[in-house]
Design a protein around this ligand. Structure first.
Ligand code: NAP
Length: 353
């Protein structure tokens, strides 16, 4: 199984993250019969073209007799756009390789339609990320369509927990003087990551301590375009002042006056949120881990020691376990270096039947 085939397609898929939501962020590459790349595409906003159609448009006639490489099984249904399976057949594509099968009962069946038209179809290369017995390989980078697939399987937003801490696991100084633990490169990466999520969440404690904007900004501190701004959510029963920076433009701020993680996820799911980035603070982080809903951890580590300070995860009600038997382990996926910091991406182990 040669997963490098999908490298380009899955990179393109990241560009569709948030933009395509609640549809899957798919990436597609078209090769001509000689194997040269002649088209690249990713899913546009809902109602816009899907990845395959974008890539086919770029390829034009050069697609005839060629191959499509797609991160998700081509769709088979006529929603706001026509079925991608038929677009591939019309374009004369000879072979389709796809990474994951489409679990959505409305859209599935693209592979069967393609095969019935005589197209060679190879997929799924990988089992569904919540598959029962097979795990995604450790130390392989996250596939761009993975969070969406998990949200579909769980029928709730995919949850990524972001932590930026020192070697001694501190996320803030006691006197609240430290807004950023990591350096500039890691901050830029963290802001870029925000643009990929439908929503970003903190607790009322972080609002009170830091009054953060939570917008996604570039290296100069300028906010990215409004369409790249995630919905900003605050959870907790305390009042949040109407002039808190989280409610300022661009983008939208929302206060959910609850401590119930599942209530928050239900509410966000109803608002078509498929991917949620929990940015802390430490009590809210503990609540999500203890509810067993953390699908991914983005752990930024700075080569520094703070000594006294706020722990990255503060287990105030002991619900996170007292003994080694209760340890929660994650699967390592990626380790990236940003300046003098590292970002370690890990995912939840497969759920067992
Ligand atoms: N380095 C980083 O990555 C990072 C990121 C974020 C924050 N921080 C730091 O973290 C510190 C804040 O931590 P924190 O623990 O005080 O803030 P927090 O986790 O943001 O907020 C805690 C508050 O959230 C509310 N809440 C909502 N749901 C809850 C639940 N299920 N369980 C418990 N509480 C819940 C509670 O207030 P109510 O009474 O309103 O319900 C609670 O007091 C700040 O110093 C900030 O700088 C660091």
């Amino acid at each position: 199984m040669d997963l490098s085939l999908f490298h380009d397609a899955h990179r393109l898929g990241w560009q569709a993250a948030q933009l395509a939501s609640p549809n899957p962020p798919v990436g597609a590459v078209i090769e001509d019969p000689a194997g040269a790349v002649v088209g690249r595409g990713y899913t546009q906003r809902p109602g816009g073209a899907h990845a395959e159609v974008m890539a086919l448009q770029q390829a034009g006639d050069r697609a005839r007799g060629g191959r499509a490489i797609v991160t998700l099984e081509p769709c088979n249904h006529t929603g706001r756009t026509g079925p991608c399976a038929e677009a591939l057949i019309r374009a004369g594509i000879r072979r389709v390789d796809f990474l994951f099968a489409d679990p959505n009962p409305v859209a599935e069946g693209g592979a069967a339609t393609l095969r019935a038209a005589g197209v060679e179809v190879i997929g799924s290369y990988l089992p569904h990320p919540t598959g029962r017995s097979v795990q995604l390989p450790a130390w392989t980078e996250m596939y761009s369509v993975e969070p969406w697939l998990i949200s579909m399987a769980e029928q709730r937003p995919h949850v990524a927990l972001k932590i930026a801490s020192t070697v001694d696991g501190r996320v803030a100084a006691v006197d609240k003087t430290s807004q950023w633990i990591t350096g500039e490169e890691a901050r830029i990466a963290a802001h870029r990551d925000r643009t990929r999520r439908d929503a970003i969440l903190v607790g009322t404690g972080t609002i009170a301590a830091d009054n953060p904007r939570l917008t996604a900004r570039d290296g100069n501190g300028e906010p990215f375009a409004e369409e790249l701004q995630p919905l900003r959510v605050v959870m907790g029963t305390s009042e949040v002042p109407a002039d808190a920076r989280v409610f300022s433009a661009p983008g939208e701020g929302l206060h959910l006056q609850t401590r119930d993680v599942h209530e928050v996820l239900d509410e966000l799911w109803k608002r078509d949120v498929r991917t949620l980035l929990v940015e802390g603070g430490s009590r809210v982080a503990a609540a999500f881990v203890s509810a067993g809903v953390v699908d991914e951890v983005q752990y930024y580590a700075a080569p520094a020691v703070l000594g006294a300070g706020v722990a990255s995860i503060r287990n105030s009600d002991d619900s996170l376990g007292q003994t080694i038997g209760d340890i929660r382990r994650f699967v390592p996926r990626e380790l990236e270096v940003f300046g003098s910091d590292v970002r370690w991406t890990m995912t939840a182990p497969q759920r067992t039947p």
